[in-house]
Design a protein around this ligand. Structure first.
Ligand SMILES: [Zn+2]
Length: 113
């Protein structure tokens, strides 16, 4: 049986007026959950229990992508100082020195090689 777990709540989307775009979003789940089968008939939450606990799926939302340039201090390549282009993408590299744009943090804490 397929069950629809329907959670009411609200979405907070953070807009940065200086960057003029949304920078993050978050789903805040309310207390109310409804469970319905494929025909829309209400079912007990017990059908979602696995090993005695109700199965849980986090409300992970896809975050808006930010410019790589904004993640680096002064918007420049940390290795060669080249100005990072606005269309630089995660996994891409500096055209001058080959520094790979880090998707997580601008600092090179874990130099692998
Ligand atoms: Zn570079």
């Amino acid at each position: 049986m397929l069950v629809n777990k329907i959670t009411s709540g609200f979405v907070i989307q953070v807009f940065d007026t200086e960057l003029q775009r949304f920078i993050s979003q978050e789903f805040v789940a309310g207390e109310d959950c409804q469970y319905e089968d494929e025909d829309g008939v209400s079912v007990s939450s017990e059908v979602l229990e696995v090993d005695g606990e109700e199965a849980y799926l986090p409300f992970d939302m896809v975050q808006p992508t930010s410019h790589i340039k904004e993640r680096y201090e002064d918007g420049i390549c940390p290795d060669c100082g080249l100005c990072i282009p606005y269309d630089a993408r995660e996994g891409g590299a500096c055209v001058n020195c080959g520094h790979v744009w880090n998707p997580i943090a601008p600092c090179d804490d874990d130099d692998i090689g």
